[in-house]
Design a protein around this ligand. Sequence first.
Ligand code: GLU
Length: 460
Amino acid sequence: MTKPAITPEKSKASVHNYITNLLSDVVARNPGEKEFHQAVKEVVETLAPILEKHPEYIKAKVLDRLIEPDRAITFRVGWQDDQGEFRVNRGFRVQFNNAIGPYKGGLRFHSSVNLSILKFLGFEQIFKNSLTTLPMGGGKGGSDFDPRGKSDGEVMRFCQSFMTELFRHIGPDTDVPAGDMGVGGREIGFLFGQYKRLKAEFTGVLTGKGLSWGGSLVRPEATGYGVVYFCQEQLKTKGAAFKGKTVAVSGFGNVAWGAVKKAGELGGKVVTISGPDGFIYDKNGISGEKTDYMLQLRASGQDIVEPYARKFGAEFHAGMRPWRIKADVALPCATQNELNAGDASELLKNGLMCLTEGANMPCTPEAVTAFQEAGILFSPGKASNAGGVATSGLEMSQNSMRMSWSADEVDKHLRSIMADIHSACVGAAKEAGHPGNYVMGANIAGFKKVADAMMAQGLV
Ligand code: GLU
């Protein structure tokens, strides 16, 4: 008996059914985890072309396995504040997938942190890390600890307590955390110190370390620089460049800082930054000492940008986001879902030509659709903000070799990695029959490498 032929229409329909079922399963099995649902939907919906071409991925349940973290650890973090009060927070580490390398991803300390947010971030990290071309799996962690207004001593005691539990789950060949929102050089130092004490080992277990104890030059700038290098590649496809462009940036933390610096160096004029309190519009451009001042704003631990306006005579718009300002390029570098459909239509009305995500998932799905329908350049964070974790990968290499590279050498690697990620996205989108769709390109290129590794390693 001959098998009925699988026509392209039949294959399309069965992939469509498979995706619909998978997405309703994700919602049913992870109730209330709306950011995680959003991240999975955004990835899975764009994978149809590769699933149609490779039904073996469906048969081996690669996606069903990918959406289930290898493990998600939660733990209590008790610590004492400066008044002697006992405090309790929740710590997390989501080890999502280690098919292509040890789990790798940041730690976020922010009052909004919960399992849904860390699962969304850990899931994104799998594809992002795969795109970097370096051998790193995906993970994420953090705590609902709010670093705002905390003293150095409080932050240290919290970090020590957090690591006293986390240390048993991580290691330089197992899982290598780093920074994210609320976790910078100071926190990595306290975490590293406690790990070293508990294990009696000096290893590259964390990245984002200080320069004299295993850190890499350019790591602090790397995420923001990478965003701008990626954007530069996007602009090139239209024969354009940063020179003379007006740039709107949101956020004022590590990613925004690097992006503002590099966009200015390349001849762009950055006119906005923002914080939870509102946004700054500086029509004279944010560069030089103003960029350095962003570091002071961050170090103040107040989480506000308003003092910038007083110091440099710029406009401060309380409680608002910077997306009403006319710009050629927009770089959202603050946090997830910070730019919605209304913001997208304002930016488009004002002639935006390129939106390069610096944060993880800063644009809502409706905003992404608006940019794509308008036909402007749009890239998802998992491609354009991969420079941070890529440079963490370079820090791991330097640690393993017990060497440190010059700033020029690290920056050269970073630039070529960002250019490679850009070509991988463009190539995969074109091959899938959707040229210019960076979302699809990033998802397919990131997925393929991990999926093939999972297939080769058998059912786990
Ligand atoms: N938190 C950063 C990210 O979202 C960096 C992670 C790392 O360096 O491991 O990719």
